[in-house]
Design a protein around this ligand. Structure first.
Ligand SMILES: Cc1cc2nc3c(=O)[nH]c(=O)nc-3n(C[C@H](O)[C@H](O)[C@H](O)COP(=O)(O)OP(=O)(O)OC[C@H]3O[C@@H](n4cnc5c(N)ncnc54)[C@H](O)[C@@H]3O)c2cc1C
Length: 384
């Protein structure tokens, strides 16, 4: 007889691990997490750790607020310092329509008591004098946004999940999801069949491939983002926020003694995770355009990873109509790290209680694509 589990989680990234931990806290029997490579080796290890409440939809704000509560008490709960640095996020607007959207966003964010403020070009130039301000019409700043260490948070979830009795199998790829009479009955790996009434798709950028194993179309595309880091560089004594040149789709923040500069986001989906010279040139050009002092900075290294993009840049969460037992935690569109604590919690609620209670996730159901009920944002979403 093959193995038996109560819940199988496919994917050992930040999402799979947070789900495993939160489920283990609720004790629904044997939880088995299967990772085809090593824990965290997917998008999670490529992530730059940004955490913000400055989102432009209510549902993303709710996920941020719930997750920040966990990041704030992370060391207490998991025994690992997540290195959450609240340096703030500064969004820069270069067109009138961007200003308008930023102002609308602030109105929404303030309804949730987020300490965000609108700044004029003079106020921005005064506080961060290294920025070239010629074309900047305004900006928004939230001092409680920032970033944490993806490896630290991942290892916290791993420790927590072990503590609550989760079993991890690394190097075990799920080759098939077993379905009988409209419900999931387990998975098949090279090690054999594992029967389980609940299977969670936490496959990150591979979510659509995992969905195909159960005959389900999940509209998530892998999209490469490149990132570069300078050699040690002195810019200012002041605190430097994570700064987003929204118009150029470019951002930077400190990274140890140097600076992390975002590179381009691919236009076409694919699984390539190498970096290229053109991307490095583009990152440098964006950097010296907005921060002329970066002319003297040298790029020392870079990497690339895959976003898991959904058609409306919002997550796809919960049950699949017509296929009982398959649970989706996909399509985070570049926000999966910062939303992982809340995602783990709501998915554990779906599995144990039948529905999410911490946050109403009905608007994130996969059904929205068929029904044409995509979530609308005032402007293409920013992705870290
Ligand atoms: C450059 C970059 C910067 C980013 N910056 C930020 C940021 O600042 N803030 C933020 O919130 N997010 C950011 N993100 C996004 C974030 O990294 C992801 O949203 C998050 O890591 C998704 O986690 P995951 O667990 O869903 O996916 P992953 O970490 O990719 O994990 C999925 C796992 O599933 C495994 N798997 C797939 N198929 C199978 C199978 N058949 N069997 C077994 N295992 C399987 C894979 O090996 C993988 O390890 C960034 C992403 C990139 C690329």
């Amino acid at each position: 007889m093959g193995q038996v589990a109560d819940v199988v989680i496919i994917g050992g990234g930040i999402i799979g691990l947070s789900i495993a931990y939160h489920l283990g806290l609720r004790k629904p029997g044997k939880i088995l997490l299967l990772e085809k490579g090593q824990l965290g080796e997917g998008s999670t290890s490529r992530c730059v750790g940004g955490i913000r409440t400055q989102f432009s939809t209510e549902i993303n704000i709710l996920f941020s607020l719930e997750s920040v509560k966990v990041f704030d008490r992370f060391e207490e709960e998991f025994g690992v310092d997540p290195e959450f640095r609240k340096i703030g996020y500064l969004f820069l607007a270069a067109t009138e329509s961007e200003v308008e959207v930023f102002k609308e966003n602030i109105e929404l964010q303030k309804r949730f008591h987020i300490p965000v403020q609108y700044l004029t070009p003079d106020e921005i130039g005064e506080q961060w004098p290294y920025l070239k301000m010629d074309d900047i019409l305004g900006g928004t700043f939230c001092p409680s946004d920032g970033y944490a260490g993806p490896n630290e948070v991942l290892s916290g979830f791993v420790r927590g999940a072990k503590r609550v009795g989760v079993t991890f199998n690394e190097g075990e790829e799920v080759r098939d999801i077993l379905v009988e009479g409209g419900r999931v009955t387990g998975v098949r790996t090279d090690g054999g069949e594992i029967s389980s009434p609940v299977v969670v798709n936490a496959g990150g950028p591979y979510a659509s491939f995992v969905g195909e194993l159960a005959g389900i179309k999940i509209p998530v595309k892998p999209l490469r983002r490149q990132v570069f880091v300078t050699a040690p560089f002195h810019l200012t004594e002041r605190s430097v926020p994570l700064t987003i040149d929204f118009h150029r789709g470019w951002y930077f923040r400190r990274e140890v003694d140097g600076f992390l500069l975002s590179g381009p986001l691919d236009r076409e989906p694919g699984l390539n995770t190498s970096i290229d010279y053109e991307a490095m040139v583009e990152a440098s050009e964006n950097a010296t355009y907005r921060v002329p002092a970066f002319e003297n900075a040298r790029i020392a290294r870079g990497w690339a990873g895959l976003y898991e993009i959904s058609p409306d840049n919002h997550a796809i969460l919960g049950k699949v109509p017509g296929l009982e037992g398959l649970i989706l935690a996909n399509g985070f569109s570049g926000h999966g790290f910062q939303h992982s604590p809340a995602v783990g919690r709501v998915i554990s609620e779906v599995i144990v209680d039948g529905e999410a209670t911490t946050i109403n996730i009905s608007s994130l159901s996969i059904e929205r694509f068929e029904k044409g009920e995509l979530i609308r944002e005032p402007m293409t979403a920013f992705k870290e």
